[in-house]
Design a protein around this ligand. Structure first.
Ligand code: ATP
Length: 291
């Protein structure tokens, strides 16, 4: 099972309000609010197939400081890949490149042969979504929280998605159904529900691949279990790339990629890497909360 990915709905009120204003002018900012990222892109190319291929990827945020130094990786459709490694190694950066949120400085990240960072918005949405821990709910109606920045789903679609992630009970108690206002100054959304709403957006967008940036769970055990069940259901049949902070995520994956200092230093199934006694085994042994 994939572990629960988590977040703190920790954004202060001011920040949520600021984001809400900002989203009117910036689709990218809005996607950040939703914790479902993408970029505004010109739109080019059409994937033929679902294999993700990373070739010789180099990336840096600022000139003169490269963070990824030539990443090579092939991810077959339907694989569950866990990415582990020390803090600052480049895991989240790699996740952003895999999701097309950022483009490599050199090299390529392709899905079905098409450069991910150049896909049109609507094409990208059906291919890969990045699910992060931040900003899952913004001030607005439940309907807006599910459908913005784009999407022409019917109310029935939205209800189906809410049910699929285990929110039918929560929904039935809402005073104004899909019109109920959430967030700042309105209905408080518990962290567990915020997580499930993010999953409902995945159900709606229905991408082939989900890049999951896990975080330490702040949920109580029973909420965490419920969320994990929803997550497993939603991820079923998709390619899942999990930036794993928990050992059991890595142990349950098909393969584990160890990233150290901007390079993949080991790649293979959990059991094999443990036996090999290399970087992965050292991470596990050091009980560095597999990070
Ligand atoms: P963690 O497990 O702590 O999240 P990580 O392995 O995901 O770490 P990244 O977040 O990808 O690592 O960061 C890789 C390197 O890039 C780090 O040195 C980090 O300081 C730097 N970095 C990350 N984001 C930015 C940014 N927005 N601007 C500049 N540098 C950044």
């Amino acid at each position: 099972t994939m572990a629960v990915y988590l977040q703190a709905l920790g954004a202060p009120l001011e920040e949520l309000l600021w984001w809400t204003e900002d989203m009117l002018v910036s689709g990218t900012a809005l996607r950040r609010v939703l914790g479902v990222e993408g970029t505004d892109r010109p739109g080019r190319g059409q994937p033929h197939g679902r294999e993700i291929v990373v070739r010789e990827v180099r990336y840096g945020y600022t000139a003169g400081r490269e963070v990824l130094h030539g990443i090579e990786l092939r991810i077959p459709p339907g694989e569950r890949l866990a990415i582990v490694g020390p803090s600052g190694a480049g895991k989240s950066t790699l996740g952003r490149l895999l999701a097309g949120v950022a483009a490599p400085r050199s090299g390529s990240v392709t899905v079905g042969g098409a450069e991910v960072s150049e896909l049109a918005e609507d094409v990208l949405r059906g291919e890969v979504l990045l699910l992060t821990q931040e900003h899952h709910v913004f001030a607005g109606s439940l309907r807006e929280n599910l459908t913005l920045p784009a999407g022409d789903w019917t109310d029935a679609d939205l209800l189906r998605a809410l049910t699929a992630v285990g929110l039918a009970g929560w929904f039935s108690a809402l005073p104004e159904g899909l019109g109920t206002r959430l967030g700042a100054g309105a209905l408080a959304v518990p962290a567990a529900v915020a997580q499930q709403l993010a999953l409902a957006r995945v159900v709606l967008a229905d991408p082939h691949t989900v890049v999951l940036d896990e975080a330490t769970s702040l949920l109580d055990t029973s909420s965490a279990r419920q969320l994990e069940r929803s997550l497993n259901g939603v991820l079923e049949g998709r390619t899942v790339i999990a930036i794993a902070h928990r050992l059991h995520t890595a142990a349950a994956a098909d393969r584990v990629a160890v990233v150290e200092d901007g390079r993949i230093t080991e790649l293979g199934p959990h059991a094999e890497l443990l036996r090999a006694g290399g970087p992965y085994a050292r991470l596990v042994e050091a009980a560095v909360p597999v990070y």
